[in-house]
Design a binder for this molecule. Sequence first.
Ligand SMILES: Nc1nc2c(ncn2[C@@H]2O[C@H](COP(=O)(O)OP(=O)(O)OP(=O)(O)O)[C@@H](O)[C@H]2O)c(=O)[nH]1
Ligand SMILES: [Zn+2]
Length: 344
Amino acid sequence: MTPAFQMPSAALASLGWSPFFAEQIEPADAGLVPVRIAVVHRSRLMAETGSGAQIRLGLQGGGTMDFAVGDWVLMDPETRMTVRRLDRRTVLRRRTESAHIPQLIAANVDTLFIVTSCNEDFNLARLERYLALANEAGANPVAVLTKIDQVADAETYRAEVAALQRGLAVVLLNAKAPDAALALAPWCGPGQTVALVGSSGVGKSTLLNTLADKAPDQAQPTGGIREHDAKGRHTTTARSLHAIAGGGWVIDTPGMRTLHVSDVAAGLDVLFAEITELAPACRFRDCTHAHEPGCAVQAAVAAGTLSAERLERWRKLDAENRANTPVQTGPRGNKSAPQRSKRR
Ligand SMILES: Nc1nc2c(ncn2[C@@H]2O[C@H](COP(=O)(O)OP(=O)(O)OP(=O)(O)O)[C@@H](O)[C@H]2O)c(=O)[nH]1
Ligand SMILES: [Zn+2]
């Protein structure tokens, strides 16, 4: 009935629609229209339709908690009610200290720009936290190092960051320079969705404004001119989907003070692949790579092929992840930290 389902229009494709979503359409969905969530407010949703306009979506009971910016939903075009959400290709989420349920950050993100500055914010352990999040989400991580104009030796950071994960792309830029968007162009383009994450003040809003090529009156306030609330926190906390000049979509996220890891076991395995791959050679299947005899990981440290600092950072993140991740099954329910996974 709706031609969009048989053959997605160019507009839908440029909005990020792909066979992954088209395959979820069932005969019973005839007449419904796919739209993409652009803003999630407490009690309402705004969506992009592919025609350039945002519309307000109605909800069939329940709040907006289960929706993330970037989600695809099927809408009844007459009532503009949300009928159902399509399965996500990727999903970024984090558990805040107080929340029992992981909070949704963004959905269907192809590339995660992990933004850090070459000055105060620069920290390998912090980058590893974001990498674990990206890996777990299924998004391709790209490390974006800003403020290269403020340090003398920006290039020296490149190799350190690239070594954090196999195949990791690293981009160095001045977020305020007009050519900043050019450096990120390989990951942007029609149908591509990127998200910006990182600490407060590293240049995410500056990059967003460059990418989205916004008129000054529509621009996201940046650190210099931003208002703060009574607690001294930034007031811009909403995340939203913005069109990128030249194609693609960018989702901004509020600056995160501390990213606690949880629910990222698979993400850590990808990040620390060199450790994950050595573990099967350890004598004990549940080796903690700390003091056990016959530990292949400790042997690699002794041989100089694995740095002790890297192993220590793995240990810390792995322990934090286990402590913060509730057990899904088992008689004790959500009470205890999981047992060591059997890696063999
Ligand atoms: N010199 C220089 N200044 C930058 C660069 N990137 C950002 N800034 C400045 O740093 C300050 C903070 O930048 P924002 O873009 O607001 O940082 P943010 O990451 O969006 O911060 P939150 O919104 O709090 O998460 C602003 O004054 C920017 O102008 C850069 O590459 N070089
Ligand atoms: Zn071991």
